[in-house]
Ligand binder design. Sequence first.
Ligand code: NAP
Length: 424
Amino acid sequence: MTDAPKFKDLKAPAEGQRITFKDGEPIVPDNPVIPYIEGDGTGRDIWKASVRVFDAAIKKAYGGKRKVHWFEVYAGEKANEKYSTWLPDDTLEAIKYFGVAIKGPLTTPVGGGIRSLNVALRQLLDLYSCQRPVRYFEGVPSPMKDPKDVNIIIFRENTEDVYSGIEWKADTPEAKKVIEALNAVLAGDPSTKGKKLPEGAGIGIKPVTKFKSQRHMRRAMRYAIKHNIPDVAIIHKGNIMKYTEGAFRDWCYELATTEFRDHVVTEDELWSKHDGKMPAGKILVKDRIADSAFQQILLRPAEYRMLVTMNLNGDYLSDAAAAQVGGLGIAPGANIGDNAAVFEATHGTAPKYADKNVINPGAVVLSGAMMFEWMGWTEARDLVYKGLQGAIRAKTVTYDFERQIPGATKLGTAEFGDAMIGQM
Ligand code: NAP
């Protein structure tokens, strides 16, 4: 790797190659270097177990033909201890160069500086699509009557909306200036019918652009086509917020019915052109108001396979959907851009369980399965699923499931890793 960046403190593995990209899709060698961030708190136990599961799946799937060269990079408390910074430049450079990373949970530093390391990574690497698959594993405790009907992937836009970080605290000089300027606009616009912003309001801005909405929808549509997903629901509150949420809905429809015209039928067309009968091999593109989507995924989960959302709606919906089929311990996620991807558990560091060898590593293990899928290593992905499913079916599980499954055997984090490997 003659063009590898010169890291300040890190040393990349001597062997292995980088993942490169074409049209936003990865080109993966048989021996990729994959940077990993172990994570804070329970991240240490979780990573040790997870990496053994990954290596076992790769070895079983490919013999010696494929191999990952793991490369430890630092963020969070470990980075702060070693280098006195929560997010070293070396880490960002390594992920940019190698095109990928997998990470455990990170403590959000309290006080000034970075708001959240996870948000910082997403923004600095332009990882614009967050993907969270929510599927049922047989035997997982669930409050649903038919949890097997839940099989939804949520595509959440990661860079815009009220999460863009443009905010002013009430009564600051900046907030006052923004209010003054906006009141001047309101006064000159008769369509706003005399509306006025109150003094002393805190202000948050909700930017939504066509470019960012459509690149996200494009990624969702490509995924739906590749994975034979029969329906895609655009989620929004466009009935109330017409020029942000409503525009998101319109731009998503526009993209689906232009760039992917041959693949899609909209819900309107289903009735106006196809008499309510879905033509074979096509994807139904529909939209739902966000609040009704919460009801629908509970009451009729089988009718939803992919939700395409903006940032805030996606945040809420992802956790609500994950709670239906096992919750945080097995909720994986991916943040994907055109030149890099970061795979991560969605739970936090659960500090009270740190270094006690008790926590469920399932979310990082499943994030690894997502990474293998993104890499095109589907045989390794399937073995990870098989291992996890087998261990749960055998009722050999960590404390969080054991307390809910009658007759289950409680295993530590490392032993649950062994159980998964044994079930492959
Ligand atoms: P948390 O770490 O997610 O833990 C909350 C509870 O969720 C735990 O006490 C545990 O419940 C359950 N849980 C979490 N992970 C689990 C796992 N792997 N297996 C089984 N159960 C699990 O949330 P938090 O306590 O609010 O946050 C702690 C720190 O993590 C904060 O610094 C926060 O900012 C950070 N955080 C990081 C990320 C990230 O890096 N992606 C995400 C969220 C929060 P029981 O006690 O009932 O067993």
